[in-house]
Design a binder for this molecule. Structure first.
Ligand code: GLU
Length: 292
């Protein structure tokens, strides 16, 4: 009898480009997409279209068309986050069962007032950190306010979460905004008690990203280093949900002539406008390469 040894499974580098269809792709997106494609052996496209108020089907279609025009082939099917709500609510259920979520009834104004009252207001990467007003509400008060139909968000209790996961690290294969690279120690409290779901948006960005990176078997997350800090809380969520940890490669942002980030409002820098004015995909690639 011939016994065949199991072959070691080759690890394929899986990357993704994950734009939100809230506008036309611009040169910054083209750079990010090319970076992701070149870093991976299997390149995926995910449309982050949870925010129904801002996402448009015409931008969804335009993204596919512009990427094709640019010569970027991605492995199909395209994953749209709007189809993934059941997976996000299952993840929320897991966190809820572990007692790591709490309902927060604060309005933006409540939070601003509370911050103005406190002597020190610690800041995170997205601005002032939530002061924790609703963290200590009694179960009875929570139940009463939820039953009365008051709107609430679900927040992660990051102190409890940090205790649950212990020391964590993520692997940075690129360079963060302050030169961070290699094995990075996770700071779970960086963003404070992040919102993971709201009534009008049942899964917030951090939750949806980690659930989908695992679902799509992404092994290398590439993105601009404006999202470097997000990796800290995303690594915490991966650990809490028992998901594999991808490596990261953050890249610098390419800037416009004024040294600003390209924005969706900047029509002249959209791939659509450039293409309409006769610019070729080769010229776009050359323009991007010249800015690295
Ligand atoms: N959808 C995010 C954006 O457009 C990127 C998400 C990610 O790469 O983690 O900025």
């Amino acid at each position: 009898m011939i016994v065949t040894r199991p072959q070691p499974c080759p690890i394929v580098i899986v990357t993704r480009f994950a734009p939100s269809p809230t506008g036309l792709l611009h040169l910054g997106h083209a750079f990010a997409a090319l970076f992701a494609r070149d870093a991976g052996e299997r390149f995926l496209l995910r449309l982050e279209d949870i925010d129904a108020a801002r996402c448009r089907p015409e931008y969804d279609a335009a993204i596919l068309e512009d990427l094709q025009w640019l010569g970027l082939d991605f492995v199909r099917p395209v994953l749209r986050q709007s189809t993934r709500m059941a997976a996000y609510s299952a993840a929320l259920g897991t966190l809820e069962k572990r007692g790591l979520l709490y309902p927060c009834f604060c309005t933006r104004q409540d939070i601003a007032d509370e911050i103005a009252r406190s002597a020190e207001a610690p800041h995170g990467p997205d601005g002032p950190i939530y002061p924790g007003t609703c963290r200590s509400l009694s179960g009875e008060e929570r139940g009463r306010r939820m039953a009365s139909g008051e709107a609430y968000a679900l927040r992660l209790d990051v102190v409890k979460a940090a205790r649950a996961v212990g020391d964590l690290f993520f692997e940075e294969k690129g360079v963060g905004p302050r030169g961070e690279t290699g094995r990075i120690a996770v700071q779970p409290l960086l963003f404070g008690d992040v919102v993971l779901a709201r009534k009008e948006m049942p899964a917030a960005y951090h939750l949806a990203v980690v659930v989908d990176d695992a679902f799509q078997d992404v092994t290398l997350v590439t993105r601009g280093n404006d999202l470097f800090a997000a990796s800290h809380i995303q690594r915490v969520l991966q650990a809490l949900l028992g998901l594999p940890a991808p490596a990261y490669a953050h890249h610098r942002l390419i800037l416009d002539e004024q040294g600003r980030k390209f924005s969706k409002r900047d029509r002249a820098a959209t791939l659509r406008a450039l293409r309409e004015s006769g610019v070729t995909p080769e010229q776009i690639r050359a323009r991007i390469a010249g800015r690295i």
